[in-house]
Design a protein around this ligand. Structure first.
Ligand SMILES: NC(=O)c1ccc[n+]([C@@H]2O[C@H](COP(=O)([O-])OP(=O)(O)OC[C@H]3O[C@@H](n4cnc5c(N)ncnc54)[C@H](OP(=O)(O)O)[C@@H]3O)[C@@H](O)[C@H]2O)c1
Length: 343
C-alpha cells in the first residue's frame, strides 16, 4: 500500500528543483521501501502559486524552471494569491519551504509555516528565517495542532546536526558546541589563503547554488548566526534570538592575514560558538584562528563541521562535504519521510 502525501513545494530555486530531481530519481524506491508517494499539488516561486490536485510532474516542472519558466506560466496558476493564502484553502499533508531567507519580515516563510501548522500540516523547512524569528511560537503551534515540524536542512545542509543534538545526546549537559556552519565563507577563506580573490571565490559559490540569494548573509556572518540560534533553541534548550549573538563576518579578513597564519600552522575559520555560562550559553560568530591540524581547522573548502563537548558523550566531531544543493534537498526529503512515518 502506497500512501499519497499531498505536498506543497514553496520555492523552486536550487533546493526546490533538486527536491523535484530526487522525486524523479527515487520515487519508485520511496514507494517500495517507505510506502510513500509525494504528490506535488502546489508549487510557488517569486511569480506566484499554482495548484493541481492531481499533482505536477516533477521532471516537467523542474525543466520548466530550468529553462527560465515561471510558476505564473503553469496551468493552475492562482493570480494574486500568496503561498500562505493558497495553503489556507488547500487539501495538503505536507509543506516544504525552500524560499529565501528574509530576516526582516520572515516572509513568505513565516506566514506559510503559521498557516500550515495551524491546519495541522507537517512542515519541513530549509528556510531558516521562520525559526530564527519565531522558533518558540511555531513549536507551540505545531504541538497544539498535532503537526510535525522538521528543519534538519537548516543547519549545515545535509549534516544531521539537529538530529544528532536532539536524538543522540540523551541527558547530556553540553558544555561547548562550536562549528563551521557556512560553506560559502569557508570556501572563500580557503581560496583567499591560496591567493585567489574574494570576488572570484564568491562568484564560484554563487554559480554552484551554495551561496544565499543575498550573499551578505554568508559573508557578514548572519547565516552562521541563524544556525546558531536554531541550535540554541532546538538542542541547547535556550530560547535564544539573534539579538543574543555577537556577530562578526569575514569581510575584513585579508589575504596577507591568512597567509601569515598559515606560516604559523594556523588557519582562520568563521566559527560559531555556544559556550556554557551559568544556566545559559554565550553565543558568538567570528573569524577565529585555529590550529591547522585541529578537527575544525581541517574543515576546508566545501566542508562544514561541528564539535559537541558534553559530560556524557565526550568530544564528538562530525563533518560534511557539500558542494551542490542536492544534499540539502535530500535533508528535506529525510525530514518529510520521517514525519510521514510517525503518523
Ligand atoms: N542552497 C543551499 O545549499 C542551501 C542549503 C541550506 C539551506 N538553504 C536554504 O534553502 C532555501 C532555498 O535556497 P535556494 O538556494 O534554493 O534559494 P534560491 O535558489 O534563491 O531559490 C529560492 C526560490 O524561492 C522563490 N521565491 C522567492 N520569493 C518567493 C515568494 N515570495 N514566494 C514563493 N517563492 C519565492 C524563488 O523564485 P524564483 O525562481 O522566481 O526566483 C526561487 O524559486 C533558502 O532559505 C536557503 O537559506 C539553501
Amino acid at each position: 500500500m502506497t500512501r499519497q502525501i499531498a505536498t506543497a513545494l514553496i520555492g523552486l530555486g536550487n533546493v526546490g528543483r533538486n527536491f523535484l530531481r530526487i522525486l524523479e530519481m527515487k520515487g519508485e524506491r520511496l514507494a517500495r521501501e517507505y510506502g510513500l508517494a509525494f504528490r506535488v499539488v502546489c508549487v510557488a516561486d517569486s511569480s506566484g502559486v499554482a495548484v493541481d490536485p492531481r499533482g505536477f510532474d516533477p521532471q516537467g516542472t523542474r525543466r520548466h524552471k530550468e529553462t527560465g519558466g515561471r510558476v505564473a506560466d503553469l496551468p493552475g496558476f492562482l493570480p494574486g494569491v500568496d503561498p500562505a493564502q493558497a495553503l489556507a484553502q488547500l487539501a495538503c499533508d505536507l509543506v516544504l519551504d525552500a524560499s529565501p531567507v528574509n530576516l526582516e519580515s520572515g516572509e513568505p516563510g513565516l506566514s506559510l509555516a503559521r498557516t500550515a501548522l495551524a491546519r495541522g500540516m507537517d512542515t519541513v523547512l530549509a528556510n531558516k528565517a521562520p525559526l530564527v524569528l519565531a522558533y518558540q511560537e511555531l513549536h507551540r503551534l505545531a504541538q497544539e495542532r498535532g503537526a510535525g515540524l522538521a528543519f534538519s536542512a537548516t543547519v549545515c545542509g545535509a549534516l544531521p546536526v539537529v538530529n544528532i543534538g536532539q536524538r543522540d545526546l540523551v541527558a547530556a549537559d553540553i558544555r561547548l558546541l562550536r562549528g563551521i556552519f557556512n560553506s560559502t565563507s569557508n570556501f572563500i577563506l580557503g581560496e583567499m589563503a591560496q591567493g585567489r580573490s574574494y570576488q572570484e571565490a564568491l562568484a564560484e559559490a554563487q554559480e554552484r547554488g551554495i551561496a544565499e540569494a543575498d550573499p551578505s548573509l554568508d559573508v557578514e556572518g548572519w547565516d552562521t548566526a541563524n544556525k546558531l540560534v536554531i541550535l540554541a533553541n532546538s538542542v541547547l534548550g535556550m530560547p535564544a534570538t539573534l539579538a543574543q549573538v555577537s556577530v562578526q563576518g569575514i569581510l575584513e579578513v585579508t589575504t596577507a592575514q591568512l597567509q601569515e597564519l598559515a606560516a604559523q600552522g594556523r588557519t582562520l575559520k568563521l566559527l560559531a560558538v555556544a559556550q556554557r555560562e551559568g544556566t545559559g550559553y554565550r553565543l558568538s560568530v567570528a573569524p577565529t584562528a585555529l590550529p591547522a591540524s585541529s578537527f575544525l581547522g581541517q574543515c576546508d573548502g566545501w566542508e562544514m563541521g561541528v564539535e559537541f563537548q558534553s559530560d556524557l558523550y565526550g568530544k564528538m566531531y562530525h563533518k560534511i562535504w557539500e558542494r551542490e544543493p542536492l544534499p540539502t534537498a535530500a535533508a528535506m526529503l529525510r525530514d518529510a519521510v520521517n514525519l510521514a512515518r510517525r503518523r
